[in-house]
Design a protein around this ligand. Structure first.
Ligand SMILES: N[C@@H](CCC(=O)N[C@@H](CS)C(=O)NCC(=O)O)C(=O)O
Length: 214
């Protein structure tokens, strides 16, 4: 398998965690998102993944984009350890938490959005940082309550094992810290992250542990 990745991409961070949890070996193909206007926006990558976003996973000659689609694919191909709980209701709760990050927080703070705010809307650096922190706080407010209700041990988003929600939470917490977000209102998320971020699959997937880290 080949993973098109960028050390700082939190969506790629999710997939790196997933591959590691499943013990799947892969070749990392780094794409630099800011150098020369972005390697992800040019050929040959653009042809392989027309969405022009990172990550993408290539398996058996087929390229799959979207981190959550990739994670569900890995989960179907390598069922152990499972990324989703057993009951339909629990699976829905996990997906709801994962999607609150992947659909409601992350896209608003993506590089292309931040670049647009700067170059087209005329926001200065401070306004862009405020935007970033605002959407994280907005998303974490609801997530904090969901995780408080569904974590069994204070170490996982739901129950007492790692799920798709945890795989999405840790990279988003990493980004929140990188942008100095105030996390004091989210003690449950901080505690879950503290536990997970130290586990080998999560620690080995973080940006500074990647070969392309700067
Ligand atoms: N929903 C996509 C998001 C992918 C995404 O936005 N990736 C970012 C890096 S985290 C990216 O490629 N950004 C490039 C850009 O904004 O130009 C996923 O989950 O894979």
């Amino acid at each position: 398998m080949k993973l098109y990745t960028y050390f700082r991409s939190s969506a790629a961070f999710r997939v790196r965690i997933g591959l590691s949890l499943k013990h799947v070996a892969y070749d990392a193909v780094p794409l630099h998102l800011t150098r020369d206007g972005g390697e992800h926006l040019r050929e040959p990558y653009r042809r392989a993944n027309p969405q022009g976003l990172v990550p993408a996973l290539e398996d058996d000659g087929t390229v799959i984009g979207q981190s959550l689609a990739i994670l569900e694919y890995l989960d179907e191909r390598y069922p152990q350890p499972p990324f989703l709980p057993r009951t339909p209701l629990e699976r829905a709760r996990v997906r709801s938490m994962a999607l609150s990050i992947a659909c409601d927080i992350h896209p608003l703070n993506n590089l292309r959005v931040l670049n647009y705010l700067k170059s087209r809307v005329g926001c200065d650096e401070e306004a862009v940082k405020q935007w970033y922190r605002h959407w994280i706080a907005e998303g974490f407010r609801g997530l904090e309550m969901l995780v408080r209700d569904s974590s069994a041990d204070g170490k996982h988003c739901l129950g007492n094992s790692i799920t798709l929600a945890d795989i999405c939470l840790v990279p988003q917490m990493y980004n929140a810290r990188r942008f100095n977000c105030d996390l004091s209102a989210f003690p449950t998320l901080v505690k879950v992250d503290e536990h997970l971020a130290g586990l080998p699959a999560f620690a080995g997937a973080k940006p500074e542990a990647q070969p392309d880290a700067q």
